[in-house]
Write a new protein. Structure first.
Length: 386
């Protein structure tokens, strides 16, 4: 009755089962996997958000496959504030970055075609690719005083069926940005082979450095699809609006936009109230990002203070984003270590294997967890492994 593409193993994994037992027993839990900013104690301008949803124009249906021009212009202003020049005609709205990925997969791929994706990185790619009948091939990063793309392995991963290279900028969970020289090499590789660059920039603004990091949105040498959205930038995941910026050589860029417009016109998924409120929601980013980065820096300082007192654990360098990777003694597989922490110490973390770390001894913790919970949770981790 069901399609092969949905034949997933839907049984909960061992860590999920352990978490269910822990919660059912009513035990204290220090959850260091927080990803929903609306539940992390940040203050929002509630009146402004609700007022933005009261636009009278929302009562009229005026569909535009690319999204309302006012919303796309607000996104251009966002990029202008970063020093990047984006054209509203090169922007397409989606209901989230997952939908943006699906549009790109449908645009570029026949069934069985391939994308190369970073490893380690977020596991959502697997499900998105399965649904669209796309195959994924991994290219690795290596860690040497910071993260770097293994370009030799990347080029080896490209086949005649490769349609594009996915870059997460900064990566989740490693928190490293694609450097300028890496951007140039990616452009050379992709332009030569006539394949696309797909740049996921949802965490772009959350840099630990004071200067802004460059965006792929102005990339011109290879066909490039740059995506972001309100979920991370403004801390509003419930306001379902994201976008694609299409850039690259004029002829292929225009062709891509024409085809994407037909795909988007088939769905028209972004609601009018959200599009009309886009400018106000993007304005929310200033206060939200200031609070979040203060939380991230505070939690990193707490973690570093704890690590300074012991020698068996460390953390990997992080340049931006909401997560940090702990390196701990690899006494057993990461999932078993995470279950041990949950059952014995009441601390819930993600095992590195969840993100594709090939070697054991990695745990991923969220830096947007409330400070007191983060401090106690990481103290318990370091006490266990220190």
């Amino acid at each position: 009755m069901f399609a092969d593409r949905t034949d997933w193993n839907l049984a909960p994994n061992a860590l999920s089962q352990a978490l269910g037992r822990h919660r059912q027993a009513g035990k204290q839990l220090f959850d260091l996997t927080a990803s929903n900013p609306t539940e992390c104690g940040f203050q929002y301008d509630t009146a402004s958000i609700l007022h933005a949803l009261e636009q009278p124009q929302a009562l009229r249906y005026q569909p535009d496959p690319s999204g309302l021009l006012t919303a796309r212009q607000a996104i251009c202003e966002y990029y202008a504030g970063r020093g990047d020049d984006a054209d509203a005609n090169d922007i397409l709205l989606t209901a989230g970055t997952s939908e943006a990925y699906s549009f790109i997969f449908r645009l570029l791929c026949n069934p069985g075609d391939e994308f190369v994706i970073p490893s380690p990185s977020y596991p959502l790619f697997e499900f998105l690719a399965d649904i669209q009948d796309v195959k994924l091939v991994r290219y690795p990063f290596f860690y040497d005083h910071g993260w770097q793309i293994d370009f030799h392995a990347l080029e080896q991963a490209i086949t005649p069926r490769t349609r594009g290279v996915i870059v997460v900028h900064p990566n989740n969970p490693t928190g490293h940005y694609t450097k300028a020289d890496e951007m140039r090499r990616l452009n050379t590789i992709c332009a030569k082979r006539e394949i696309a660059i797909i740049a996921d920039e949802v965490f772009l603004d959350f840099s630990l450095a004071r200067e802004r990091q460059p965006s792929f949105a102005t990339n011109r040498d290879a066909l490039t699809f740059t995506m972001s959205g309100l979920s991370k930038i403004s801390g509003l995941p419930q306001m379902k609006m994201a976008w694609l910026v299409v850039s690259g050589p004029d002829n292929v860029r225009r062709d891509a936009l024409d085809r994407l417009e037909v795909i988007a016109d088939t769905y028209l998924s972004v609601s009018a109230p959200i599009q009309l409120a886009a400018s106000a929601f993007l304005d929310q980013r200033y206060g939200f990002q200031e609070q979040l980065m203060m939380r991230v820096r505070t939690n990193l300082a707490l973690l570093d203070a704890g690590l300074a007192w012991q020698k068996t654990s460390s953390r990997l360098e992080v340049e931006g984003g909401w997560y940090v990777v702990l390196r701990i003694p690899a006494t057993r597989p990461d999932e078993e270590l995470a279950i041990q922490l949950l059952e014995n110490d009441g601390v819930y973390v993600h095992p590195g294997s969840f993100f594709g770390f090939s070697a054991a001894g990695h745990l991923v913790v969220s830096l947007i967890t409330k400070e007191a919970e983060f401090a106690e949770g990481t103290r318990r981790i370091l006490s266990r492994f220190g």
